[in-house]
Ligand binder design. Sequence first.
Ligand SMILES: [Zn+2]
Length: 103
Amino acid sequence: MKLVFTHPHHFAVANVRNQLAQRGIACELRNEFAAGALGELAPIDVWPELWVLDDRDYDIAQRWIEADQTQANGRDWYCGQCGELNAASFDHCWACQRERRLD
Ligand SMILES: [Zn+2]
């Protein structure tokens, strides 16, 4: 197992896990519920972590994450259902929860 991604916000880590899972890369989320331990541990130690189960998936997982981050930083998007503008990092519309479409 290798640590492939960590981020202070749970939703960001869960999002990466979902992205990798869709590509057949098995991952495990750790520290998912560790926020309750804040105050006893240094904050960095309780960030949610994403680990790839198979070390051979590490390099490709890293590349996917980089590509997704680049894309996420790239452009905001308009919801196809309600027309609201969403931040590039959202994968669901904040207003109506419709899933983002990349087409
Ligand atoms: Zn919407």
